[in-house]
Design a protein around this ligand. Structure first.
Ligand code: HEC
Length: 333
């Protein structure tokens, strides 16, 4: 064999090795993400880097119980991560930004702390081909523009004797001088609207019925159904399937409160509270949609109420809020 022939054979071999070997190398070197319950460290690693328009392949395995994986504000099916098995996920990002991934299976009392971030860098794709992925440029939430103190107590000074009926209110509302803008609804609590209706000749229950009809006119059956679905998946474990604040995790939160009181005597940075009872009219009729949005976006600051701002789209949060009010108002009779 001539020298030049040998060199070209070597080169071909090198080329074959790198064509076959490189993907194999990357396949075997896609780091395996280990998932544990939050108390044992959650996701590791919990910060992942990616580039715009380059598929991000993730391999996940659980070292304890069943977990789930999904990325917030992204239209994707969540993926179960089973103990001892490897789940394979490929993601594509067409916009740079910081995305939050989270656990979608209830895996323990600190399940909602199971979050991590994917930092996507690069320049955004041509907007005309973009698939409508978020994150969008952060808009200022309404509770901030309205200057609401979402931590201040917001009890309703008065509540109806029976559940207000939207259908009874509809007729009464027809000729009333009511501000029907979305902004008015979002920025006022049901009680504030009830109070303003005091200038009319309506009885108290009639005024509450009108309030129920205004709240109903600001939502749709589709939004309520979507809100109910999101609630069952993400909120019911604490707030209860029927909204009454008695979810399966409510007792655990109370127990965590007691033990945190004992172990951290004198410290007030962990004050676990019972989940809010959305069937309680005093609490709910005193809260405006903008206030509830603030609570959901930001979370309870160490009270056990998670922050959802990076998980849900704005629309999903309004759907949840519309659903929360449906524990107060009768929309059917
Ligand atoms: C891990 C338990 C837990 C989960 C899960 C949870 N919450 Fe909460 N939530 C709480 C606790 C505890 C509070 C009371 C503390 C507070 O107000 O800060 C609360 C308070 C709230 C409030 C404030 C109500 C008010 O009148 O001030 C809203 C609104 C709320 N939750 C909505 C939701 C929604 C919507 C979801 C699901 C997307 C959810 N929560 C999931 C524990 C939870």
């Amino acid at each position: 064999m001539k020298r030049s022939e040998l060199i070209s054979r070597i080169l071909i071999t090198v080329a074959i090795v790198s064509v076959v070997g490189a993907p194999l190398y990357f396949w075997s070197h896609t780091p395996l993400i280990h998932v544990h319950i939050a108390e044992d460290g959650g996701w590791s690693p919990d910060v992942i880097k990616a580039n715009v328009n380059e598929p991000l392949n993730l391999k996940l395995t659980s070292d304890d119980v069943v977990h789930g994986f999904a990325v917030g504000q992204m239209d994707m099916q969540s993926v179960d991560v089973l103990p001892g098995k490897v789940a394979d996920v490929t993601l594509n990002f067409d916009k740079p930004g910081i995305y939050t991934f989270f656990c979608t299976r209830w895996c323990g009392i600190n399940h909602w702390r199971m979050r991590g971030t994917i930092e996507v860098s690069g320049s955004p794709a041509d907007p005309s081909t973009s698939s409508g992925q978020r994150p969008e440029p952060a808009s200022v939430p309404m509770y901030v523009t309205l200057g609401l103190d979402i931590d201040a107590p917001h009890d309703s000074p008065s509540i109806p004797f029976s559940q207000p009926s939207a259908i009874n209110g509809q007729q009464l509302a027809v000729n009333l001088p009511i501000d029907r803008s979305t902004e008015y609804y979002l920025g006022n609590s049901p009680y504030q609207v009830f109070d303003e209706l005091g200038s009319t000749s309506l009885t108290e229950i009639q005024r509450w019925n009108v309030v129920a009809s205004i709240w109903q006119s600001n939502t749709t059956p589709e939004s309520l159904a979507n809100g109910q679905h999101l609630f069952a998946q993400n909120c019911a474990a604490c707030h209860g399937e029927n909204g009454a604040g008695n979810g399966v995790f409510a007792d655990d939160l109370a127990a965590a409160d007691e033990s945190s009181m004992q172990t951290m005597a004198g410290s007030d940075n962990m004050t676990m509270q019972s989940p809010v009872d959305f069937t309680n009219p005093t609490r709910m009729l005193g809260a405006s949609p903008a206030l509830l949005q603030g609570k959901i976006l930001r979370g309870g600051m160490g009270t056990g109420m998670p922050m959802w701002g990076s998980i849900f789209t704005e629309e999903q949060i309004w759907d949840l809020i519309a659903y929360l009010y449906s524990f107060q108002f009768d929309y059917h009779n």
